[in-house]
Structures are given as structure tokens and as C-alpha cells.
Design a protein around this ligand. Structure first.
Ligand SMILES: NC(=O)c1ccc[n+]([C@@H]2O[C@H](COP(=O)([O-])OP(=O)(O)OC[C@H]3O[C@@H](n4cnc5c(N)ncnc54)[C@H](O)[C@@H]3O)[C@@H](O)[C@H]2O)c1
Length: 301
């Protein structure tokens, strides 16, 4: 018996890449899955329904249950309809995997307004909008006296955790998603909901042109950057077994899973009176002396 037997799940952006693998594995573990994908290009244009339908067909062929939703998660109406479809189709929602996303990389001085707005909208608003309507569903059921089971798994990025040049829009959205995860976890815990986030590394159309080091492994070897390696952590976090895991951000790729720690104090100067700018300048050495000031080298989106 699978770990998600009887559960109803939504996976956004599940037509391809990481989301597709997540949908396939959730279904293999017994969940009924709404496969959402607007069918956008990497830059967020167009509406090709065939990838989402392909994911559904593959789940059904393997003996699972799935239906398509081709809505845009970054609109309030699209997110509301998505959650409503889960309830209308299977009576409830248990698991929301927020994964849909686009890229519009530019240096800050070259970025245009639409490139900023679209990336923030699809990632940050797209995550929040779906979480908002899922939260309403779970809170209403809890208020009606039901024992609620809720899981949200968000998709952040190391670009947001560490800061990747050329991704001001994307990294800011992903850092927002990491913070949103902690806030939602604190807000929704009382209703039986757990909220966690992953920062994956995988070879998809989003990264295949960028990172030669993610090249496909030879036949028979472990394909460390295959997108399927991300899905087991998501399925675990979606399961009852993860009941005491809440508000956590993970990094996941290949055979590695990391739990990340957020902002922590790294150095300090203190006194019993207000600082002046001059005194702070003079105390700079002391302020940073306990601080290794090392931002880990990083080059993944
Ligand atoms: N691939 C990586 O190494 C990597 C690294 C860090 C984070 N991520 C994140 O993982 C997630 C999945 O990325 P991927 O690499 O599989 O990319 P992908 O482009 O293969 O898949 C993203 C999917 O999201 C869909 N989508 C885009 N906008 C949408 C919208 N408004 N509504 C519904 N669906 C929409 C697209 O149609 C596409 O099928 C993204 O959030 C991405 O930022 C990926």
C-alpha cells in the first residue's frame, strides 16, 4: 500500500520537469492527482495543454487516477478554480504541491518591468494564491469539526536562499516563497496543515542549457540530476509520516537531502546608548569579527 492512499493532491506545473515527476510519484503512492499546467513556454507564454494531458495519461496507464487542470495559478480565479476542482472531483483536498514557474533572467540594470512583474506573479503570487484557497478549504472543514489533513509543499530555489546574479526577479520571488512557507506553517498548523518547501536542482528545460555539469548520466549509471530524484522528498513531506515536519526548507538533488537553517545572528556590537554613524564605522571590525562573511559559492537556478 502506498504512503498516500486515499489522499487528493494538486501538483501545479506538472506537465513537465520536476512537477511531472512529482505528480507521477504521488499517484504511484496512491494519491488522486489534479495535474495543473497552463502549458507555458519557459518565459511564460502560450498555452499548450498536451504536456499536462500526457502526465494524466501516464498516471492513468499506470493504474492511477488523475485529471487535468489547465488554469493559470497566478490568478486568484485560476487558483480558486483549481482547489474547487479537487473538491468537486474527489470531495476534498489533502495535498498542494506548488511547483509551477517561469524564468526571465536579466541583470538588474537590464530588467524590464514585465520581466520583474511576471516572474514575481507566477512564482510568488502563484504559490500564495493556491495556498490561500487551500487554506480556506482546510479552515472551513476544521471549523465544521472535521479532522483535517493538509500538506503544502512549496518550491523555492537556492537562487533565493543564497542569491544568484541575473535572477533578481526569480531569486526575490523564491526567497519570498521560503519566508511564505514559514508564515503559512505557523498560521495553519492549528488546522492540521503542515507547510514545507524544497529547493531542487534538476535537469529540466529551465536548466538544461545552463549547466553542463547536469548532463544526463550514461545508461545504467545513477542520473544524479534527473528530475525524478526530487519527487521522493515531496511524497514523504506529503505523507502522514511527515506530521511533525513543519516550516522547513530543504535542498534536494540526486541522492542528497539537506535541511536548511534560515537567518541567524552572526555578529554583534551592543551598548546602552544610541550608536552614531561614526562610532558604528569605528566598530565595524568588531561587528564582523565573529562573522565569516562567506556566502557559499552558488550557480543554480
Ligand atoms: N530545475 C531546477 O534545477 C530548479 C532549481 C530550483 C528551483 N526550481 C523550481 O522548480 C519548479 C519546476 O521547475 P522545472 O525546472 O521543472 O521547470 P519546467 O519549465 O520544466 O516546468 C515548469 C512548469 O510550470 C508550468 N507553468 C508556468 N507558469 C504557470 C502558471 N502560471 N500556471 C500553471 N502552470 C504554469 C509550465 O507550463 C511548465 O510546465 C519551478 O518553480 C522552478 O523555479 C527548479
Amino acid at each position: 500500500m502506498g504512503m498516500l492512499e486515499g489522499k487528493v493532491a494538486i501538483v501545479t506545473g506538472a506537465g513537465r520537469g520536476i512537477g511531472r515527476e512529482e505528480a507521477l510519484l504521488l499517484a504511484a503512492e496512491g494519491a488522486k492527482v489534479i495535474v495543473n499546467d497552463v502549458g507555458a513556454s519557459l518565459q511564460g507564454q502560450g498555452g499548450d495543454k498536451s504536456p499536462a494531458q500526457q502526465t494524466v495519461d501516464d498516471i492513468v496507464d499506470a493504474g492511477g487516477e488523475a485529471v487535468v487542470n489547465d488554469g493559470d495559478v497566478s490568478s486568484w480565479a485560476g487558483a480558486e478554480a483549481l482547489v474547487a476542482q479537487a473538491v468537486d472531483t474527489w470531495g476534498k483536498l489533502d495535498i498542494l504541491v506548488n511547483n509551477a514557474g517561469i524564468l526571465r533572467d536579466k541583470m538588474s540594470f537590464s530588467m524590464e518591468e514585465a520581466e520583474w512583474d511576471d516572474v514575481i506573479r507566477v512564482h510568488l503570487k502563484g504559490h500564495f494564491a493556491c495556498a490561500h484557497f487551500a487554506a480556506i478549504h482546510w479552515r472551513n472543514r476544521a471549523k465544521a469539526g472535521e479532522d483535517v489533513y493538509g500538506r503544502i509543499i512549496n518550491t523555492a530555489s537556492e537562487s533565493g536562499l543564497f542569491g544568484n546574479p541575473g535572477q533578481a526577479n526569480y531569486g526575490a520571488a523564491k526567497a519570498g516563497i521560503a519566508a511564505l512557507t514559514i508564515i503559512l506553517a505557523r498560521e495553519l498548523e492549528r488546522y492540521g496543515v503542515r507547510v514545507n518547501a524544497i529547493s531542487p536542482r534538476a535537469r529540466t528545460r529551465m536548466t538544461e542549457d545552463l549547466f553542463g555539469s547536469m548532463a544526463k548520466a550514461e545508461e545504467g549509471a545513477f542520473d544524479a540530476f534527473g528530475p525524478a530524484n526530487v519527487a521522493p522528498l515531496v511524497a514523504f513531506l506529503a505523507s502522514p509520516e511527515a506530521g511533525d515536519v513543519n516550516g522547513q526548507n530543504f535542498v534536494v538533488f540526486g541522492g542528497s537531502v539537506w535541511v536548511m537553517e534560515g537567518w541567524t545572528a552572526a555578529g554583534s556590537v551592543q551598548r546602552d546608548s544610541q550608536w552614531t554613524p561614526r562610532d558604528l564605522a569605528d566598530a565595524k571590525g568588531k561587528l564582523f569579527e565573529t562573522h565569516p562573511s562567506a556566502i557559499p559559492p552558488f550557480s543554480f537556478s
